[in-house]
Design a binder for this molecule. Structure first.
Ligand code: CLF
Ligand code: SF4
Length: 478
């Protein structure tokens, strides 16, 4: 058959075009749904903030990495406690902060226990927020045990982002993570309880997919227990339509009083975590910018402004929600993002030849820029760079170096340990003393104030040039 027959050709092209249009439309709609969500979009997290309201004190399961004195460790780091709020207090807090931090676009309920073990408080809070602040996205994070019962309610309230923590799909492994669950008013111990939890989690995935609610899965990486099996979890959740996988490190210390902490269970090293995330990355979108924030977190993901808004403080503050002002701020952010995207596009190199990869530690206050003094950084964003790409791969928390002269030596040792696998540090300024210490460890400091990708590309070019010159000199003297 003549494949160029006008009739066949046209109808075929037309069908292909329709499919392509439909896919593009779907992608555009998907992009719009996550564009201002700092957890679902890595790019958005440079510009938009989230806040949590701690309205859910009870939990219906026990995880061995959790101590009930603290917030839900599925979506938080152990060792921090939030003040529990009533739905009315929580809604007031949101309306105050929506005015003070207009780039705050998402309100999440993530504890201190499980939101769906406290459905009344959780849904009343969301309903109050939706009524007064319709532009704010609603988000919740759960262990999944009660989720299948509430998918209709979640849909009805337009809660478009739901996280389920799934640490395993194998009841034997699960029995080493969860000692018991509370189900139909009874405590069910061991594997019997775990089986119910795992089944309900899978049911939840299915129900969210059918309801077209964006689902993120969190998994806590526990070396020696589930680390070898998270690839299976990754495959399964992908098949069940999860949008994003967030593999988080177990944070475990005896002072947290958790079963794992008291029994010496360690968390993964940054290298182990990255290796597992890389292994899963071929399968689906991986979240690497999670900060394991607390159940009353406020601000950009890398910052913690919760202490500015304690109950005592925010209850004295007037509501300042102003939709028009918020939209204006968001429009400005979007224009800035467009500019940045164009600059980043210009930074990409067309070469397809494999080139050496290096890791860079970046000090940033947000906005997608290298814009922070080395001494003020409380964390470094880690980028993997080669001649073609500049890719965000994680972050490392550190105590900040500038302590007014006290404790700087110990802090510097901790920083060197945290970023010891990086070849360079990009920051807006750095003193001569830390510069020297970095160089002694083979880490090159680099001062600049610009888009992260632009500075990383500049560093890479200079770094490779120097490396070539050194190699050449060595060869010459042989
Ligand atoms: Fe909160 Fe979670 Fe929603 Fe984000 S956090 S409920 S999805 S708005 Fe984000 Fe915080 Fe990580 Fe959670 S950085 S712990 S992934
Ligand atoms: Fe703790 Fe959260 Fe696990 Fe409940 S689900 S036991 S609050 S970590």
């Amino acid at each position: 058959m003549n494949s160029s027959s006008p009739k066949t050709g046209n109808s075929c092209n037309c069908t292909q075009q329709n499919v392509a249009d439909a896919l593009a439309d779907r992608d555009e709609r998907l992009k719009a749904r996550i564009a201002q969500h700092p957890c679902y979009s890595e790019d958005a997290h440079h510009h938009y903030a989230r806040m949590h309201v701690a309205v859910a004190p009870a939990c219906n399961i026990q995880c061995n990495y959790c101590n009930r004195k603290y917030d839900c460790a599925n979506e938080s780091r152990p060792g921090v406690v939030s003040e529990t709020l009533t739905p009315a207090e929580a809604a007031h807090k949101v309306l105050v902060i929506a005015g003070k931090i207009p780039q705050m676009t998402v309100v999440g309920i993530a504890g201190p226990g499980d939101p769906l073990a406290n459905p009344k408080q959780t849904f009343e809070t969301f309903a109050r927020i939706a009524e007064k602040a319709p532009d704010i996205k609603l988000c919740l994070s759960t262990n999944g045990l009660n989720l299948p019962d509430y998918v209709d309610k979640i849909k009805e309230l337009n809660i478009d982002h739901v996280t389920i923590t799934i640490n395993t799909i194998d009841p034997d492994i699960g029995a080493r993570i969860y000692p018991w669950i509370r189900w139909q008013k009874k405590r069910i111990k061991g594997k019997e309880g775990v089986k119910i939890l795992l089944e309900r989690q899978q049911e939840s995935l299915q129900a969210l997919q059918e309801a077209d609610i964006l689902c993120k899965v969190n998994s806590v990486m526990i070396p020696g227990i589930n680390d070898q099996y998270l690839v299976e979890v990754n495959q399964l959740i992908r098949e069940k339509g999860a949008f994003l996988h967030n593999i988080m490190p177990l944070i475990s210390a005896p002072e947290h009083g958790t079963y794992f902490g008291l029994n010496g269970q360690r968390g993964p090293t940054p290298k182990e975590l990255k290796a597992l995330q890389d292994q899963c990355a071929g399968n689906m979108k991986m979240m690497r910018h999670c900060r394991q924030c607390r159940a009353d977190a406020v601000g950009l993901l890398g910052e913690d402004r919760s202490q500015e808004f304690t109950k005592q403080k925010f209850m004295q503050m007037p509501v300042a929600y102003d939709l028009e002002q918020r939209q204006l701020v968001h429009t400005r952010i979007e224009l800035r993002r467009q500019e940045l995207a164009e600059q980043k596009h210009g930074v990409a190199s067309p070469s397809a030849r494999p080139t050496p990869k290096i890791l860079l530690a970046v000090a940033s206050k947000g906005g997608g820029l290298v814009n922070q003094h080395f001494g003020h950084a409380k964390e470094f964003m880690i980028y993997e760079v080669d001649a073609q790409t500049v890719r965000f791969v994680g972050h490392r928390k550190v105590a900040h170096y500038c302590q007014g002269g006290y404790g700087e030596a110990a802090t510097m040792d901790h920083i060197l340990e945290a970023i010891g696998d990086c070849q360079g540090v990009l920051c807006s300024k750095i003193g001569s003393c830390p510069q020297e210490k970095l160089r002694q460890k083979g880490i090159e400091p680099f001062e600049d104030y610009d888009v992260i990708e632009t500075v990383a590309r500049k560093f890479y070019t200079q770094f490779m040039q120097t490396r070539l010159e050194v190699d050449y000199a060595v060869q010459k003297h042989r």
